[in-house]
Design a protein around this ligand. Structure first.
Ligand code: URA
Length: 304
């Protein structure tokens, strides 16, 4: 006999902790599986891998403390290793090779978008509603890179359109930038490390990041901005190949290099807007970082 009230309460609890996506048709009692033996990564499925359990309760995964150990290049061997992204039809090596081949073949943003839509090496695609490619003005001198789409972004198919996006727009407006501006000096172009929403907004795993990394690297090369801004620790650590946390990386200028760029790009890391929503006290240092971005932008030579 099903206790309906309890079932509804259990479902509400799952939604509250962020487990709002069904991964398989049939439920699996992982406590039983775990007691017999540890599941392989593939058996464990995307929402059950160690890095993904439990799902984050917050609407923005980056609202977790910025020093929380995140994956990315800090654990480089996992990125190049043979482990398959859980749930991926491809092994890790194959997934990366396939991503690299598809991304490198693209010479325009349109090509790259199509290549991403055709790419099946990241299991996050299976649970996401949209492939979130980019928003803003692709001719902008500043390109911002966040972590991964959240619920609103997944619904609307554009990056930073939820609460964190609303704060981001205000932060940009405070230094005279607007994602929809036509003038490249006043506009920004926005994308994410991952184009697919991790279920329940959990943190992406190393292997998911590794599988998608060639696309964002190529994205930067093709967009060819003059300044890069990393929003949050996962973006900064992944693209700068750093192990330090975001509180150490933020506010500093780095050189970002990539084989397809004609010169290294000045790159700045900021605290993630979702983190700022939860920690308004950190807005003061972000304001300083935004002023530094404005200075750098003002100091750029005019584009030929
Ligand atoms: N957080 C991100 O990092 N990216 C988005 O697109 C939305 C929220």
């Amino acid at each position: 006999m099903i206790d309906t009230a309890k079932a509804v309460a259990d479902l509400a609890w799952l939604v509250e902790i962020g487990a709002d996506e069904a991964i398989n048709d049939q439920p699996t009692d992982w406590t039983q599986v775990a007691s017999r033996r540890a599941p392989t990564a593939r058996e464990a499925g995307p929402a059950r891998s160690p890095a993904s359990a439990p799902p984050a309760a917050a609407p923005g995964r980056s609202a977790t403390p910025p020093e929380k150990k995140s994956p990315a290049l800090a654990t480089a061997p996992a990125l190049g290793g043979a482990d398959a992204p859980p749930g991926s039809p491809l092994g890790m090596t194959e997934a990366r090779a396939s991503a690299r081949g598809a991304a490198m073949a693209a010479t325009t943003l349109e090509d790259l978008h199509k290549a991403l839509l055709a790419f099946d090496g990241c299991p996050l695609k299976q649970t996401a509603s949209s492939t979130v490619f980019a928003d803003g003005n692709p001719k902008a001198r500043v390109m911002l890179i966040g972590e991964a789409p959240g619920e609103q972004e997944d619904r609307q198919g554009k990056p930073f359109v939820g609460p964190a996006g609303a704060l981001l727009d205000k932060m940009l407006a405070a230094i005279g930038l607007d994602r929809h501006a036509e003038e490249p000096d006043k506009a920004v172009y926005i994308s994410n490390i991952l184009p697919w929403r991790p279920p329940g907004n959990r943190n992406p795993t190393d292997s998911e990041i590794a599988a998608c990394l060639p696309f964002i690297q190529r994205h930067v090369e093709i967009a060819d901005p003059d300044i890069l801004v990393f929003l949050g620790g996962i973006s900064a650590k992944t693209l700068l190949a750093k192990t330090e946390g975001i509180t150490r990386l933020r506010g500093r200028w780095f050189d970002y290099g990539s084989p397809g760029l004609t010169r290294p790009l000045p790159a700045l890391a900021l605290l993630h807007p979702a983190y700022l929503l939860r920690n308004p006290g950190a807005k003061r240092e972000t304001w300083r970082d935004l002023l530094s971005l404005r200075e750098k932008l003002r100091g750029l030579p005019p584009r030929p």
